[in-house]
Structure formats: C-alpha cells, structure tokens
Write a protein that binds this ligand. Structure first.
Ligand SMILES: [Zn+2]
Length: 135
C-alpha cells in the first residue's frame, strides 16, 4: 500500500512534537502565538477570527477554515501545539489546493525555521528519512 504524502507529513510532525517542547498550555497563549505569526507573515487577517477548542472527531489535532471574511481555527483540546498552529498557517499561505504537497511542506519548514528554529534541523532530517518532497 502506498503511503500518501499527507500520512508522511502527519508522521513527521508527530515525531517532531515528541522531540521538542512546543505544547501550549493555555488557549490565550495559542491565540497570541497565532496572531503573532499571522502579523509577522503579513497575512491579511480577515474581519472575523474565530479560535476555538473542540472534541470534534473530524479533526486530528487542528483544522483551519478561511476566506476573505473569516478565519476559523479549531483545535482539539488535548493537542494544542505550536507545530499544529504553524501547520494550519502553512495551509493558508500555500493555498488549500496544494494539500500537503511540496509547496506546503516547504512553507511549513520555513515557518519552523523562523518560529521554532531549534526544531528545523530535525525536521529536515525527518523529511529526508521519510522521503518527503519539500523543495
Ligand atoms: Zn493539513
């Protein structure tokens, strides 16, 4: 069975989380981290930003839904991590049509380099080891 790039990406990110300490304990910490990244990356923040926790079964750790008017970030209460927020923001920058493709993986790596620099070499090693196309 062929493993999809999305599955490889999830595997790599879970290994990354096991290696680094990027858990955010409070929702306010997560919200301010997210707003900080959106601002620094010059992502136009829509008029409505919703950030809420969920036990929803449809999401693994986080999910982002957005258009020009609203940016909605849902996350599972047990899984609030910087890497999850950066993952969702990478989707915003890459565009949803790229899915977990090369562009997405490249953008995610650049966000990691900027916001969790100590994790960057480890991420590249994991990309290599799992044969993820990212550049
Ligand atoms: Zn994703």
């Amino acid at each position: 069975m062929k493993i999809s790039q999305a599955d490889k990406v999830y595997k790599v990110e879970s290994k990354l989380r096991a290696k680094i300490l990027d858990r955010l304990m409070e929702e306010e910490d997560a919200l301010s981290f997210m707003e900080d990244v959106l601002q620094k990356e010059k992502i136009k923040i829509p008029s409505r930003v919703e950030f809420f926790s969920s036990y929803g079964k449809s999401i693994l750790l986080g999910k982002i839904i957005y258009d020009e008017t609203c940016l909605m970030f849902r996350f599972n209460v047990w899984g609030l991590y910087k890497t999850v927020i950066l993952h969702e923001i990478a989707h915003v920058i890459a565009g949803l049509e790229d899915g977990h493709g090369n562009l997405f993986c490249y953008i995610f790596s650049e966000l990691i380099k900027t916001y969790i620099p100590e994790a960057y070499p480890y991420l590249l090693a994991l990309y290599e080891k799992n044969k993820i196309k990212w550049n």
